[in-house]
Design a protein around this ligand. Structure first.
Ligand code: CA
Length: 475
């Protein structure tokens, strides 16, 4: 009997040791994680999705040596909420982050609720070193500062965009910027310290990403490389513009130059991983935070319908690829719907990070899916709600329900045959539509109303919208 107790205690001890080891990140198999997020990049503006006028060889190498996802969605079709979803692994509509926040450094409610757990907070507890480089956009108040949301290092800007030329960054104190426009001119923050930068902003961010990896290579790390490019303003340097003399449309030319600068940066980062023998066990995701706003930055979402802000595919189906040489197959195309919310769930499974039980993740661990070990779809359905316009989308299998505007009749599309959402099947297949409508209602019942006003409520924004058509004003 005593012997049995001894065995049991010994196995408990082993269990305790192994739990402890995984809780502190000693599991050597847990990969480093790098998420490269671009801002307002069109679905069709990377080589791996067929782009021909902007070469993106380094970005493409992530897809070519890993997995290209053709049906990947973000959780919202504009920047802030999409990022809030990604960083928490949860639909942002669950916690009221459903608008692009206003830049209000004095408002502690204008940002990601402190009750939510960020990916950095969860990974930090398992021994990961976490850094964000680039755009934050999850709140300008100190309470929301990346260093207060689980990140150990930050090099970037707090607002939703930024000017790219160093001579235009003239406002020293980020807290003194009175609105989003002014925030575009603040000095870049290194941690909490404003620093005078000297290079084109995209190059600054690429170099900071390389520095982060060099500095933290001895321990597991999570780098969120959050480029603000190619978001407005359209600005590029002669070095990059030179490459696109053949593009006649000046907007598209500058946009191409901006994307090309990102691609160079991705190349530098991949090279750094290789030189430091980190390539094998670093899991990299590449994506855009929402669809391209074609009229603004000349991005392209074809063959998808619509743009940034829409519930059409062009609003929230994004370029998405992942590479992990140690575990992922090489050159696989994955067509079932996945979500940016899956990134948190994937790294949580791999690292042993434990999300908050009260706030369950909406994503799944993608590893067994891309390895072909699970053949069923990762998600029962993919959802989008835009509260202010009461627009919805529900994707399940090949079908998609769209509520195009407030009070509008539901439409139904079969994306397999009609990726451009041109043939409304609502009357022809009412039973499918009813099934999706039931899912929409069930999911919507789990959501709350937005907890803060957004950029769209500013008088300056509304004045601009009034000059547009009513359909556009809804964005
Ligand atoms: Ca964006």
């Amino acid at each position: 009997m005593q012997f049995l107790i001894a065995i049991l205690s010994f196995s408990n001890l082993l269990l305790a040791i192994s739990t402890d080891a995984s809780a502190h990140g000693h599991d050597q198999t847990a990969p480093n994680l790098i998420v490269i997020m671009t801002d307002d990049l069109g679905y069709a503006d990377v080589g791996f999705n067929g782009c021909t006028d902007i070469p993106t060889p380094h970005i493409d190498s992530i897809a070519n040596a890993g997995v290209k996802f053709t049906n990947a969605y973000v959780s919202y079709s504009v920047c802030g909420p999409s990022r809030a979803g990604f960083i928490t692994g949860r639909y942002p509509q669950r916690f009221g982050f459903e608008r692009n926040p206003q830049y209000l450094p004095n408002d502690p409610n204008m940002g990601l609720p402190l009750s939510e757990t960020t990916m950095a907070e969860a990974l930090g507890k398992t021994g990961y070193r976490c850094g964000v480089v680039g755009k934050w956009h999850l709140g300008a108040n100190q309470k929301h500062h990346p260093l207060n949301r689980g990140f150990h290092e930050f090099f970037g800007h707090l607002g939703g965009g930024h000017r790219y030329l160093p001579e235009e960054l003239t406002l020293e104190d980020s807290a003194a910027a009175r609105n989003e426009n002014e925030s575009y001119r603040t000095l870049i923050l290194n941690g909490r310290t404003p620093v005078k930068t000297t290079k084109y902003l995209t190059d600054e961010f690429s170099d900071a990403a390389v520095r982060f990896v060099e500095k933290n290579k001895e321990q597991p790390f999570f780098l969120f490389l959050s480029y603000n490019a190619p978001h407005l303003p359209l600005q590029a340097t002669p070095k990059y513009l030179e490459r696109f003399k053949g593009i006649k449309n000046p907007k598209r030319r500058t946009y191409a130059a901006m994307v090309s600068a990102v691609d160079d940066g991705v190349g530098k980062l991949l090279e750094t991983l290789k030189t430091n023998h980190l390539e094998q066990n670093t899991l990299i995701f590449f994506l855009s935070d929402n669809g391209g706003p074609t009229p603004k930055n000349a991005s392209q979402n074809n063959p998808l319908r619509g743009n940034k802000g829409d519930v059409w595919e062009g609003g929230f189906r994004v370029p998405f690829a992942a590479r992990w040489p140690a575990k992922f197959p090489n050159g696989v195309v994955y067509d079932l719907p996945v979500s940016s919310l899956d990134i948190f769930a994937t790294i949580a499974s791999l690292s042993g990070a434990t999300p908050d039980e009260q706030r369950p993740l909406d994503g799944v661990n993608l590893v067994p899916y891309v390895r072909g070990e699970i053949k069923t779809p990762p998600h029962h359905a993919i959802y989008l709600r835009k509260f202010d316009q009461q627009r919805y989308a529900v994707r399940r299998g090949d079908y998609k329900q769209v509520v195009p505007f407030k009070g509008g009749k539901s439409q139904l599309y079969n994306l397999k045959n009609d990726v451009g959402e041109s043939k409304n099947l609502a009357l022809r297949e009412p039973e499918v539509l009813a099934e999706l409508e039931a899912l929409r209602k069930k999911w919507s019942a789990e959501l709350i109303d937005p907890i803060f006003l957004g950029l769209i409520h500013l008088p300056s924004f509304q004045k601009k919208q009034n000059r547009k058509t009513p359909e556009k004003a809804g964005k």
